[in-house]
Design a protein around this ligand. Structure first.
Ligand SMILES: [Zn+2]
Length: 435
């Protein structure tokens, strides 16, 4: 079983760059373009294929003048003024545009933005089009001497998809083969990160079912949307875990199991992406540096120097400093009776003693300060001052679904569970692919 390559709780999620790389290159050779804009008349532009940058307007009902288009791509330190340089009274035009409503669409340009600049036979600016993303375009239009700036968003259709996959060698590859995007697979892994230990629990033959959204533009697949519900069967003696997304008044409340329990725990099981566990919690361990028998009151995670260490749960930095044996270490005080301890850091993160931290925030980096034979995190979990094995201690759940939403949630959850159960009747255990 290969390790799942993206094992990390959901707060480590970084926004993907751009919108799935959907920036449309604006220099396409188009022989016929039809423009539909709610705010303006429909223009049909026939562009001669022989000359990319010159186009004639053939059948506009309002304007029989010939319009000429040229393209300008914004470079470093360039602005709208550079783009319209050369049109009549360019500085005055730039000034006028900057004072219009929605001016920011054209004054806050980015390197790479490509503007279509339309001028009439007298070289007067008539129109500017900017395809900002595949879905979003900005337009400057002229009616007599009045300019208007508007935006236009293409309608995206959301469809619900259901997939079922048997996990083969890796969760990632199996989910990918079933048609899920990388981002959806990450989200899925994040949702179950507290519930499933992907490294230790996943087995070949384990199963995944997913109900999720896909977004389409003009019947063309655009991207995956939200995960609506997920079910995974994991382990040697398989157990089934479910996650059901719940929103209230358009706001995400969270993912819960079918009983309304939060899938998040108040603590992360492992506060680090580790290479291996080099020493477990045990009584009477031979200490490699002190060369004597001592209890090992925590767990050691071997990881390269500099690996980030995360706060296992929300809390306050109770101590940050030097301790004999511990080297650079931190104690976090959590709500109630819980404390976590992180030792041997090479350096601390930005949080100082007395400051509050959220689960998953970086509090320091792996090192080998204090008594250590190699870089690792020494991690302790204390309840009422008593040490517990961080790998097996039972964690409290994060807050369950709030009481006044519970009935509504349960009703919604039962529909999702019914959907999963209907699905399991499928005789074929292969992933259902969709077109
Ligand atoms: Zn240790």
């Amino acid at each position: 079983m290969k390790l799942f390559p993206f094992h990390r709780p959901h707060f480590f999620k970084k926004p993907l760059q751009g919108v799935m790389g959907v920036l449309l290159s604006a220099g396409l050779l188009v022989s016929n373009v039809t423009y539909a804009n709610a705010d303006m008349e429909r223009l049909s532009l026939s562009l001669p294929t022989s000359a990319m940058n010159v186009a004639k307007e053939t059948d506009s009902p309002h304007n029989t003048n010939t319009l000429t288009k040229r393209q300008f791509t914004i470079g470093r330190n360039q602005t709208l003024s550079h783009a319209i340089d050369g049109v009549n009274n360019a500085p005055g035009m730039a000034f006028q545009i900057a004072r219009l409503e929605n001016a920011a669409f054209f004054t806050q340009l980015r390197v790479g933005d490509t503007l279509d600049i339309w001028t009439d036979a007298d070289n007067n600016l008539q129109r500017i089009d900017l395809q900002k993303t595949r879905l979003l375009s900005y337009h400057l239009t002229r009616e007599n001497d009045t300019f208007t700036i508007s935006s236009q968003e293409k309608p995206v259709e959301t469809r619900i998809q259901i997939i079922q996959a048997t996990i083969d060698d890796s969760l990632y590859l199996s989910a990918k083969a079933a048609g899920l995007s990388s981002r959806t697979i990450m989200n899925l892994a994040d949702i179950f990160a507290w519930e499933i230990d992907y490294i230790r629990e996943l087995r070949t033959g384990n199963e995944l079912k997913l109900i999720y959204e896909q977004r389409f533009l003009n019947n063309e697949y655009l991207e995956d949307g939200k995960i609506i519900a997920a079910e995974m069967t994991v382990g040697q003696r398989p157990r089934t875990v479910r996650a059901i997304r719940y929103e209230n008044q358009g706001e995400l409340i969270g993912y819960f199991d079918e009983n309304g329990d939060n899938l998040r725990k108040a603590f992360m099981r492992n506060p680090i992406n580790y290479t291996r566990i080099s020493s477990r919690f045990q009584k009477g361990r031979y200490h490699p540096v002190l060369q004597e028998i001592r209890d090992h009151k925590g767990v050691d995670y071997a990881a390269p120097t500099g690996t980030p260490i995360y706060a296992a749960g929300d809390g306050t930095i109770k101590f940050r400093g030097w301790g004999n044996g511990y080297g650079n270490y931190i104690i976090i005080q959590h709500a109630g009776r819980y404390e976590t301890v992180y030792g041997h850091m090479s350096r601390f993160g930005k949080f100082r003693q007395g400051q509050t931290v959220k689960q998953g925030e970086v509090i320091g980096y792996v090192g080998m300060t204090g008594l250590a034979t190699g870089p690792h995190l020494h991690y302790e979990f204390r309840i009422d001052g008593v040490h517990h094995d961080p790998l097996t201690v039972k964690f409290p759940n994060a807050e369950p679904i709030q009481a006044d939403l519970r009935d509504d949630f349960l009703q919604h959850a039962s529909l999702m569970v019914a959907q999963f159960e209907r699905n399991s009747d499928d005789t074929t255990k292969l992933a259902m692919r969709f077109e």
